[in-house]
Design a protein around this ligand. Structure first.
Ligand code: DC
Length: 216
């Protein structure tokens, strides 16, 4: 069974998806980590993201794997990069890298392969709309932009970064993710939309699990 959870940055997707997967005893796949890992790989190997030949050769030299015991642990070319890919530099570049068609094509093949013959909760931006249009359940998490900014601010607490900076960055990322040419962030017609602005994690997890258990 495939459960797709999509939504914008800081909508509570990641923690919700992981908890839903744990409750159902399903695998969990955070596709955002994959786009972040590619971004780091391109920075480290000096790939010029405006040059397709450079991009393709960079992609060829890249391996992305998840730790089989911990779905939030991602290995880039054999190295655990789980922490570094959440930093500010990656935050500022990942939307641009994830808008590249050949990057998306490569990662989508891998995402479909990981999900093959598995019960899995997959989270991202285009899971219900593109990667798994026939997913058994599609959820789309939203939340008020100010609530999202506050959550992200409290989560990161980075020195010298104000709540206003975080709000600005989120708005930029939303704009980029929604307006890119390939697989933009959209709400599928058949997705169940959950506004998490006034929900805590426990409440949103329970809401999703209840819907799944009622219908499966
Ligand atoms: O969920 P996140 O913030 O870690 O995702 C990082 C970036 O990756 C986000 O700006 C958009 C991109 N992304 C994507 O384009 N498609 C996905 N399925 C998941 C993430």
């Amino acid at each position: 069974m495939i459960i797709a959870i999509d939504g914008p940055a800081a909508s509570g997707k990641s923690v919700t998806a992981k908890k839903v997967a744990d409750k159902l005893d399903f695998l969990h796949l955070n596709t955002g980590l994959m786009y972040r890992a590619v971004t780091l790989h391109f920075i480290n190997s000096g790939v010029n993201i405006n040059n397709e030949t450079d991009i393709l050769s960079g992609l060829k030299k890249m391996s992305i794997l998840f730790d089989s015991m911990d779905s939030n642990k991602i290995l880039l070319n054999g190295q655990d990069v789980s922490k570094i890919i959440r930093n500010k530099l990656i935050d500022s570049k990942v939307s641009e890298v994830s808008a590249i068609r050949s990057v998306r094509e490569k990662l989508v093949v891998q995402q479909r392969e990981i999900a093959k013959n598995n019960d899995i909760v997959i989270e991202g931006r285009d899971i219900g709309s593109y990667v798994f249009p026939n997913a058994d359940f599609k959820f789309f998490l939203t939340a008020d932009i100010n609530v999202r900014a506050k959550r992200r601010y409290e989560q990161k607490k980075i020195k010298d970064v104000s709540l206003n900076n975080v709000l600005f960055d989120l708005k930029q990322r939303d704009k980029y993710d929604k307006n890119r040419k390939y697989s933009p962030l959209v709400i599928s017609d058949d997705a169940i939309v959950i506004d998490t602005s006034d929900l805590n994690i426990e409440e949103q997890v329970n809401k999703i699990v209840k819907i799944i258990n009622k219908e499966r």
